[in-house]
Structure formats: structure tokens, C-alpha cells
Design a protein around this ligand. Structure first.
Ligand SMILES: C[S@@+](CC[C@H](N)C(=O)[O-])C[C@H]1O[C@@H](n2cnc3c(N)ncnc32)[C@H](O)[C@@H]1O
Length: 320
């Protein structure tokens, strides 16, 4: 059986994507050991934070539409970039051998790196937190500039697990301002998963930077997935405060131009956004260059107000 046939058998048998299937085969040194493979799949890490806009539910649909991942991406020799990584749902789905993850949210990136480099101390620190409103207020009000990276990561995971809806929102001064959430005994320290995440990150580079820096490193044949803050469906529905910077018309056009530059370089590029007239218009302008606008029917909740939580349609822009 050729390697390609073995990869296909794994994707069919276990319902996983081709990049992860390729990695699994590589991990078992090209032997098609189904029992061993099934065990690795069961033990795979999952995202360690809840993140608004998480892509987990949509990935199966992208795969069914044959849009993800790109067939010709050579995941053993080329690099996967995720410049708006957030909770990293796509990274954890692909688990590629070589990856560069980045985000403008410094606390999030510090947390990824502490999980990667200092996991045991982080677990000890997380176990000291308790689910309690006064403790929450005390931790939330801490001055980030006075905390070590370990303390930043511990605070970040604790707040994410116990705040309202697992949201991340900051005020104009960049201070986290999400209220305490009501849960029934939330898991603050999922140590088993955190250790798995730590090993999955060992060869991965995780950086705080603006998405445009991807242009400095990406080479022909690399795969870039952009999941930016979405263009608002309506003025009231806007949710753009992951960071204190806004991400509106000018920023969306700059992102479109970055997409085009990477396309011209010979990278595989995929981008998610809301199915709005503005987004359709700016990507239609580069259709002639070989860029496709695919409509995705499933929706996701973006409004924190339950009553207004509507499902929205999305576009998945690809150059392959
Ligand atoms: C839609 S979310 C990504 C969701 C992610 N795919 C997931 O599965 O959780 C957008 C992310 O972009 C980050 N971000 C916003 N502006 C940015 C910029 N200019 N450069 C890099 N990251 C940025 C935010 O901090 C946020 O984590």
C-alpha cells in the first residue's frame, strides 16, 4: 500500500483530517498500526480555553465540502501558520508537525508558552484557585505588569474557566472586565489535558504579534489559516473587543491584501469571516486572481445577550 493510500484509510476509518492522518502514520513510522493509531487519537489534546468564535463545530463541515485542509499541503516539510490563534481549534484539529501560532493577545500567548515550558508549576498554581466570587474579583483586579509569566497564565486560565460565558473582553485601558460566571463546579485545572497540550506544543513556535508579520516568514507551500475578528453583521451585533484595537473596514481590507500577497507567493491560504455584503465585495475584487468565496451554512453564536444570540452564515475564502 502506498503512503497516500494508508493516509486515506486512516481518514476514512477514524474520521480525521488528512494532515493529522499523515502525522499519525509518521508517528507509527509508516506502519499502519490501527490499534496504536486509535489510542493516539483518543489521547489527543483539546483546546484549553473557551474562546468566542471557536471553530470546532465547523471543521467537519469544511472537511465535507472538501475545502479543508488543502490536499497538496505537504505537512511534513512545510509549515502551518495560524496568525489569529485564539483557542486554537484548528491547530488542535490538524496537529501538524511544524507550526507557528500567534495572536495579538499577550496574556493568551504567554499562557501558551507557560503550558509549553513550565507545565508542572502551572498545574500546582492552578490547583490553588477556588471557584468563589471574592477570589475571582481579587484575581481579576491584579495588575498584570506586576505578575510573572507563570502568574499571568494561571490567572488567565482561572478567569477563562470561571467568568461569564468564558468570554475575553477588555475595556479601553486593556483591563479584563468580564463578570463572574455561574457554573456548577467548573473545572479550573484539567491537568491531564494541559499535559497533553504541553507535549503537543513542544516543537511549535507561539508569538505575540500582529497577523501581518506572517508575511515575514511564510514560504511557498506553507498553509495559513486566518480566523480574524469577524466583520459585524449589524451595528448592534458587533463583537470586536478581543483586544483593545478595533478590526473594521480598513483592517479587513489590509487583511484581504495580506491574503492576496500570500496567494501570489504560492502559499495555501484559507480565511473565515461573516457572510456580509462588505466582506463579499472586498473578496470579489480578487476573484480574478484565483480566489474562491465559499458559503458555509452553519452558524455560530456571537452575541453575549442570549435573546439576541442568532446564528450567522459565514464565508470560507480559499485560494485552492
Ligand atoms: C475569531 S478569534 C479566533 C478564534 C480561534 N480560531 C479559535 O478557534 O478560538 C480572533 C483572534 O484574533 C486576535 N486578534 C485580533 N486582532 C489581531 C491582530 N491584528 N493580529 C493578530 N491577532 C489579532 C484576537 O485576540 C482573537 O484571539
Amino acid at each position: 500500500m502506498t503512503t497516500k493510500e494508508k493516509v486515506l484509510q486512516i481518514t476514512n476509518q477514524f474520521d480525521v483530517n488528512i494532515i493529522f492522518a499523515q502525522r499519525l502514520l509518521n508517528m507509527t513510522e509508516d506502519r499502519l498500526e490501527l490499534e496504536e493509531i486509535s489510542k493516539i487519537i483518543e489521547d489527543r489534546p483539546k483546546p484549553f480555553v473557551k474562546w468566542v468564535g471557536g471553530k470546532r463545530q465547523l471543521l467537519k463541515q469544511f472537511r465535507k465540502m472538501d475545502l479543508y485542509p488543502p490536499h497538496n499541503f505537504d505537512s511534513l516539510n512545510s509549515t502551518y501558520f495560524e496568525p489569529f490563534v485564539g483557542g486554537g481549534a484548528v491547530f488542535f484539529d490538524l496537529l501538524p508537525k511544524k507550526a507557528v501560532l500567534s495572536d495579538l493577545n499577550r496574556e493568551l500567548v504567554v499562557t501558551y508558552n507557560v503550558i509549553k515550558n513550565n507545565i508542572e508549576k502551572l498545574i500546582v498554581s492552578l490547583k490553588k484557585h477556588k471557584y468563589d466570587k471574592d477570589h475571582y474579583s481579587k484575581v481579576r483586579s491584579k495588575n498584570l505588569n506586576k505578575l510573572s509569566d507563570l502568574e499571568i497564565a494561571s490567572r488567565f486560565i482561572f478567569l477563562n474557566r470561571t467568568c461569564f460565558n468564558g468570554m475575553y473582553r477588555v475595556n479601553s485601558k486593556g483591563q479584563f472586565n468580564v463578570p463572574f460566571g455561574r457554573y456548577n463546579n467548573p473545572t479550573i485545572c484539567d491537568e491531564e489535558n494541559l499535559r497533553k497540550v504541553s507535549s503537543a506544543l513542544q516543537d511549535v513556535e507561539i508569538i505575540v504579534q500582529d497577523y501581518k508579520n506572517v508575511l515575514k516568514k511564510a514560504k511557498k507551500g506553507d498553509f495559513i489559516y486566518f480566523d480574524p475578528p469577524y466583520y459585524p453583521v449589524s451595528k448592534t451585533a458587533s463583537f470586536t473587543s478581543y483586544t483593545k484595537e478595533s478590526f473594521l473596514d480598513t483592517e479587513q481590507i489590509e487583511l484581504r491584501d495580506t491574503f492576496l500577497a500570500l496567494h501570489k507567493r504560492g502559499c495555501f491560504v484559507m480565511l473565515s469571516n461573516s457572510d456580509t455584503p462588505f466582506i463579499n465585495k472586498i473578496y470579489k475584487e480578487i476573484k480574478k486572481d484565483g480566489v474562491n468565496i465559499n458559503k458555509v451554512k452553519a452558524g455560530r453564536a456571537i452575541n453575549s445577550n442570549g435573546a439576541k444570540r442568532g446564528k450567522i452564515n459565514e464565508v470560507l475564502i480559499t485560494n485552492y
